[in-house]
Design a protein around this ligand. Structure first.
Ligand SMILES: NC(=O)c1ccc[n+]([C@@H]2O[C@H](COP(=O)([O-])OP(=O)(O)OC[C@H]3O[C@@H](n4cnc5c(N)ncnc54)[C@H](O)[C@@H]3O)[C@@H](O)[C@H]2O)c1
Length: 335
């Protein structure tokens, strides 16, 4: 299979590329990534060069370049992950979110339609559903009610993908996954931030009362769900992916500190994120029944493995945390 992946130098994308190259010897893979601040060639460096992999540094919203790539290489399938992915950054400036997540998705859908791509997975998020109260879960039929510029931009991409199916019967499949954690996650995100600040004995910022609930899944389990969605998912259909693992932020941080044997006093309450969604929880029954989706990595075990990974890859994260753009972002965000 000729498979085009976008965003394959990011957190989930690099885990997906690694897994596919290892598990599926029939796949030839092209990875389109703009190498933004979050796209890190080091994420795949140990695998490369690889006879079935080619990296293309390009912007998915660049229509001429995407058309040329699709017309030249004729991918049979696409998994579209490239995105601006951090809610906090979308509050500082939504512009790149609209370009990549909305325009970029339409550009890829158009190029895929022109060249007859047979399968197109749009990797969406539970954040498109908005926020839950203390009870209930989102199913695929829950209304979309995104509440941050990031979530709105992902929902727009999700709806453009659905429109391509309804209008042209383009074979588009949408996955909406809950919060991921695991190796290669960019250090600004919550779990690596807690681990790395704890390892360096620095204060750990915790938004508001820390009782915001997220539904955590290990990135490998997400990747293992994307494959059957790509190969067996029904076109036009949406699949929620989650490990049914709801955790309040404060409990996540406290668990990590306990696993590390670090001082709980490192946790510092900071002003809550404006408009912070209170709770996400996803029902993955459809993916379980129709795709055989079955997350395998238990939460504490996954956290232990993730902590061990960051322990063993200090050069990877130090290089990012020492960069001026990372420090400027951190300073602006947490003071
Ligand atoms: N991280 C999560 O918990 C989570 C959960 C559900 C869904 N998702 C979705 O999964 C996808 C990947 O998320 P992630 O956490 O790996 O993000 P990430 O920020 O780690 O990686 C994003 C990647 O996209 C690339 N990219 C950004 N703009 C681009 C552009 N214009 N053209 C080409 N490449 C571009 C970046 O260089 C980077 O490699 C996103 O679509 C995100 O919305 C993430």
């Amino acid at each position: 299979m000729r498979l085009l992946v976008t965003g394959g130098l990011g957190f989930i994308g690099s885990n997906l590329v690694r897994w596919i190259l290892q598990q599926h010897p029939d796949v030839e893979l092209v990875n389109v990534d703009a190498e933004t601040y979050a796209g890190n060639p080091a994420n795949l460096a140990d695998l490369l060069p690889h006879p079935r992999y080619r990296g293309v540094r390009a912007d998915v919203a660049d229509r001429a370049t995407m058309r040329a790539l699709f017309h030249d290489w004729h991918p049979e399938a696409v998994v579209h992950l490239a995105a601006e992915s951090h809610v906090d950054r979308s509050l500082q400036d939504a512009t790149p979110f609209l370009r990549t997540n909305v325009e970029g998705t339409q550009v890829l859908l158009d190029a895929a339609r022109e060249t007859g791509v047979g399968r197109f997975v749009y990797v969406s998020t539970d954040e498109v559903y908005g926020s839950l109260g203390p009870t209930g879960v989102f199913t695929e039929t829950s209304p979309l009610a995104p509440r941050s510029p990031y979530a709105v931009s992902k929902a727009a991409g999700d709806l453009l993908a659905q429109a391509a199916y309804h209008t042209w019967r383009q074979p588009v499949i949408i996955t909406r996954c809950s919060n991921n954690y695991g190796p290669y996650q960019y250090p600004e995100k919550f779990i690596p931030l807690v681990i790395l600040n704890a390892l360096e004995g620095q204060p750990i910022p915790l938004y508001g009362d820390g009782q915001q609930v997220r539904d955590w899944i290990h990135v490998e389990d997400h990747v293992r769900g994307l494959w059957p969605a790509l190969t067996r998912g029904t076109p036009g259909r949406v699949y929620n992916l989650s490990a049914r693992n709801e955790q309040p932020n404060r409990a996540v941080a406290e668990t990590i500190l306990a696993l590390l044997g670090a001082d709980p006093a490192l946790l510092r309450t900071v002003r809550d994120r404006p408009g912070h969604d209170r709770r996400y929880a996803l029902d993955p029954s459809r993916a379980e029944q129709e795709l055989g989706f079955a997350p395998r990595i238990p939460w504490r075990e996954g956290l232990r493995q993730t902590i061990a990974w960051y322990h063993q890859h200090t050069a990877w994260w130090r290089a990012i945390r020492e960069r001026e753009d990372y420090q400027n972002y951190y300073q602006q965000q947490y003071g």
